[in-house]
Design a protein around this ligand. Structure first.
Ligand code: TYD
Length: 208
């Protein structure tokens, strides 16, 4: 049975680590799984990723940014996600359209429905079956990252916190709007517990 699962959340939420754990647990049980990420996941999408995330592109217009994420998403769907789903695989994707709704729609203030409309064009209405939201206070997420890098949180980091608070609030509002597919995980728990919660949600869906 094919299943399209996306992982969403702010920085430092631990979703990449949990993703690796979920994959090995599902593979052990014999499921065919592929993992991928956004923006990126195919050569063309990775090229678009480089343009979006390049630090020297500081003058990028927010709508340009939203369109590039949507373009990258489209190419990734066509070349990777749709074919894998057709083959009956479980596709685990690190970020998808809800990131655009939260970051560009919410935090960059473009409007959720505006950003949704370009994404409907890009995806032809392909929504995930399950969206795992790794919910975490951004202060905790950013301090986890800072601790890893061995440096203190500075003024810029603090400015960014407002942006990340908006990202979190928008994700939580999306979880209410799309309550049929969203599963909100408490990412302040330890990795083992968050992995168990994520797996329980996926199993419930697989056994439906
Ligand atoms: P990445 O290094 O992959 O971040 P992470 O490990 O947190 O997933 O960078 C992706 C960045 O792009 C991340 O800050 C979230 C942002 N993003 C958007 O703003 N909109 C989108 O549609 C997507 C997919 C990502």
């Amino acid at each position: 049975m094919s299943l399209f699962i996306t992982l969403e959340g702010g920085e430092g939420s631990g979703k990449s680590t949990v993703l690796r754990n979920i994959v090995s647990a599902l593979e052990k049980e014999g499921y065919a799984v592929i993992t991928t990420r956004e923006p990126g996941g195919t050569p063309i999408s990775e090229e678009i990723r480089n343009v979006i995330l390049d630090k020297k592109n500081t003058d990028m217009d927010p709508r340009t940014e939203a369109l590039l994420y949507a373009a990258s998403r489209r190419q990734h769907l066509v070349q990777k996600v749709w074919p894998a789903l057709k083959e009956g695989k479980i596709v685990l994707c690190d970020r998808y359209l809800d990131s655009s709704l939260a970051y560009q729609g919410g935090a960059r203030n473009l409007g959720i429905d505006e950003v949704l409309s370009i994404n409907m064009f890009a995806t032809e209405g392909t929504f995930p079956d399950i969206t795992l939201l790794f919910d975490l206070d951004p202060e905790v997420g950013l301090s986890r990252i800072a601790a890893n890098a061995g440096r203190e949180v500075n003024r810029l980091d603090l400015e960014k916190i407002e942006f990340h608070k908006q990202v979190r609030a928008t994700f939580l509002s999306l979880a209410k709007r799309y309550s049929d597919r969203f599963v909100v995980l408490d990412a302040s728990k330890n990795v083992e517990d968050v992995t168990a919660d994520a797996l329980a949600a996926i199993k419930a869906r697989l056994e439906k």
